[in-house]
Structure formats: structure tokens, C-alpha cells
Ligand binder design. Structure first.
Ligand code: PLP
Length: 375
């Protein structure tokens, strides 16, 4: 069976180096907020191109603490999308702010930036922030978002949980907004072997606020100046991440090579919508998502592939506004047509750096066979 993702292979590829890094860290006797975390923070800030990076416990906390550090909280409105990991909305709600969910662009699957003006007109008070999700490894349209946020005095927070290393106009995502959140969950482009998250920013005051928030609101040990939480990236995960970060670019290139195989081989199937890359962007293919004509075809395709040794996924099958816990949320427009259609028709093919080109070809053969037998 070819898995859809394979975190174990992501460990096995660097096992000797990771094991050695863990041993060094274990023997150091320092397990929380030490040299491994500060080394990783400096290396990650340097990689993204920001002056600061602050490690936290996971990608959801990264969204919450980034927003809180920018003074977003109860009474504030935050615009984001419904077509995302539910964690995006969880992260917003944990600040006490109210998320408002926008529809997506049918090509990039990211926030439909043509709706921003309508959102501003529809809301009783202007939003304080926008959480722009760079979904599947492709950036949201920053050419529209940046001037819009600047003009209307709205904070831009980038949710980069799926886009470590992606660029827009040659600049890495995570360096455009007031702050940006990253998840380091095992299957992400940069993955720990457990939970982890990190926030990047060019604003020192925001970095300082996050460092306080992540550890009980301490500026000085045992003195809480503000009300914080416990959300630290631990030394063990940071030691692993210090190894894995050195391979991130090589792994993203592998993802791009695999995407290239998929796009070349599947391009002949008229009934398939393949991922597109905007001219301003580099896509890092956290997922390679195709779209079929209907939910029925999707079900048949996924079953056929499973039967022939290929696992697939759906990212995501139920939009956030359709989930029981979130039916009360405001959406703009009222019906998120593009989001709802996408949720019915998208399929994620196997995608991870250790997937071999031969196996990607095999996936293509199976998909092609399915569409041949369909006719
Ligand atoms: C994974 C993910 C998150 C949450 O990350 P965790 O580390 O699981 O908390 C947030 N947003 C998006 C878009 C994600 O894919």
C-alpha cells in the first residue's frame, strides 16, 4: 500500500542524525527552553527571513498567541476561511475574538481576496485581523491582502502551517504579515516527532509579548506581568527540528518533483482539475489536491485506488461552518458555494518527500486506469 503521508519515513531518512541529537539533548540535563530551542528559533527566523521566531507548543497555539500578542481578543472580529484545518478557527476562538469565515478562490483554494471589500461593508465593525491560510503549500494572494490590510488598518496574520518554505514574489511566506504561525506537527513540510509550533515576526514587541505569553506571562521569572499560558516548544522536539530544518529545502524540492510527475501524467484527464501555481508563487505541495466532477466520482476513485494499493485523503471533508460546533459562525457571503463544492470533490494524492518517483508514476497509472474504465 502506498500511504497518503508517511511520518515514519520522515524519521527513518535521518534516524542516525536525529538519534544522536536526541542523545546529546538528553545528556545535557536541560529539557525546557534551552539551547536547542534558541538555536532552532534563530535558524528558523533566518530561514524565513524575519528578525524573530518564537517556539510554542503547537500550530493552534501559534495562531492564538500571535493574535494575542497583537492585542486581538474579546470583542474583535477576525476574518479567515472555512476551507482549512479546524485548528485555524480554534486558534482564533481561543483569543476570545469572533471568527468570520470567507469563501475561497476556486483555483488556489485560499481566501477569495475579491470578497474583502464586501466583508468590510457587511460587518458592523471593521475586522481587527485577517488570518490568511496558505493552504496546501500555496500562498494566499498577498498582492491583494497586503495593500488591503494597510489601507484599512487591519492586522495580517499568516497561517503558514502548510507552507514552510513557500514564496510569494521571491520572499518566503511568514515574513509578510504582522506575525505568522507555523505548525510543526509530524506530517507538515517541517515536522517534529510530536507536537510543536513557531511564530515568526519582524516586530520585537510582538516577539517579546509571545515569549511572555508562552510561559505564564513571565517577563522575569516568577513574576507574571500579564496573564499567560503554558505553551513551550520543548528541547526534545527542537533538537529533532534542528536536524530536519537543514533538509527542508531538499524535501520541498522532492515534493515539487513529485507534483511535477502528477501534473505531467494526469494533465491529459479532462475530468480532473489539477493544482495551479500563481506566477508570483512557489508551491511547496504540503498536499497535492485534485478535484473531480462529483462526490460520486470521488467516492469511486478513492475506493478504486484503495483497492489497487493507493491511499488518498480529503483535506478537508467538512468545512468549518458545517461542523456541529461552529454552525453559529457568520459567513461571507451567506452561502460559501466554492468551499462547499470543493469539500465534496477534492482528493489528496500521496505526497511526502520519501515517496519515490516510481511510486508516484504508479499512482498516476492507477488514476489513469480509473478514468479509462469510467468511459
Ligand atoms: C496543522 C494546521 C494547524 C494546526 O496545527 P497543530 O500543530 O496541529 O495545532 C493550523 N492551521 C493549518 C492550516 C494546519 O494545517
Amino acid at each position: 500500500m502506498i500511504p497518503q503521508t508517511d511520518p515514519k519515513a520522515g524519521y527513518a531518512a535521518y534516524a542516525a542524525e536525529i538519534d544522536a541529537a536526541i542523545k546529546t539533548m538528553l545528556e545535557s540535563g536541560w529539557y525546557i527552553l534551552g539551547k536547542e530551542v534558541s538555536t532552532f528559533e534563530a535558524a528558523f527566523a533566518n530561514y524565513i527571513g524575519t528578525s524573530h521566531a518564537v517556539g510554542v507548543a503547537n500550530g493552534t497555539d501559534a495562531i492564538t498567541l500571535a493574535l494575542k500578542a497583537c492585542d486581538v481578543g474579546p470583542g474583535d472580529t477576525v476574518l479567515t476561511v472555512s476551507h482549512t484545518a479546524v485548528a485555524t478557527v480554534v486558534g482564533v476562538e481561543l483569543t476570545g475574538a469572533t471568527p468570520v469565515l470567507l469563501d475561497i478562490d476556486p483555483t488556489s483554494y485560499c481566501l477569495d481576496s475579491t470578497l474583502l471589500k464586501a466583508a468590510l461593508d457587511a460587518l458592523p465593525t471593521p475586522p481587527k485581523a485577517i488570518v490568511a491560510v496558505h493552504l496546501y503549500g500555496h500562498p494566499a494572494n498577498l498582492d491583494v491582502l497586503l495593500p488591503f490590510c494597510a489601507e484599512h488598518d487591519i492586522l495580517l496574520i499568516e497561517d503558514c502551517a502548510q507552507a514552510h518554505g513557500a514564496t510569494w514574489n521571491g520572499q518566503r511566506v511568514g515574513s509578510f504579515g504582522a506575525a505568522a504561525s507555523f505548525s510543526l506537527y509530524p506530517t507538515k513540510n517541517l515536522g517534529a516527532l510530536g507536537d510543536g509550533g513557531i511564530i515568526t515576526t519582524n516586530t520585537e514587541a510582538i516577539a517579546t509579548a509571545i515569549k511572555e505569553l508562552r510561559q505564564y506571562g513571565w517577563r522575569q521569572r516568577y513574576i507574571s506581568d500579564i496573564k499567560g499560558v503554558n505553551s513551550r516548544l520543548d528541547e526534545l522536539q527542537a533538537a529533532i527540528l534542528n536536524v530536519k530544518l537543514t533538509y527542508l529545502d531538499a524535501e520541498n524540492s522532492k515534493r515539487q518533483q513529485l507534483a511535477n510527475i502528477y501534473s505531467t501524467r494526469l494533465g491529459s484527464i479532462a475530468a480532473l482539475k489539477l493544482p495551479q501555481t500563481q506566477p508570483q508563487a512557489t508551491h511547496v505541495y504540503h498536499q497535492y489536491v485534485i478535484q473531480v466532477e462529483s462526490a460520486t466520482v470521488r467516492q469511486a476513485l478513492m475506493a478504486y485506488l484503495k483497492e489497487h494499493g493507493v491511499a488518498t485523503g480529503i483535506h478537508y471533508p467538512v468545512p468549518v461552518h458545517k461542523q456541529p460546533a461552529y454552525t453559529e459562525l457568520t459567513t461571507i457571503p451567506k452561502r460559501l458555494t466554492v468551499t462547499e463544492q470543493a469539500a465534496l470533490k477534492i482528493v489528496s494524492l500521496p505526497m511526502y518527500p520519501q515517496l519515490t518517483p516510481e511510486n508516484a508514476e504508479l499512482v498516476c497509472n492507477r488514476v489513469l486506469q480509473f478514468f479509462e474504465t469510467q468511459i
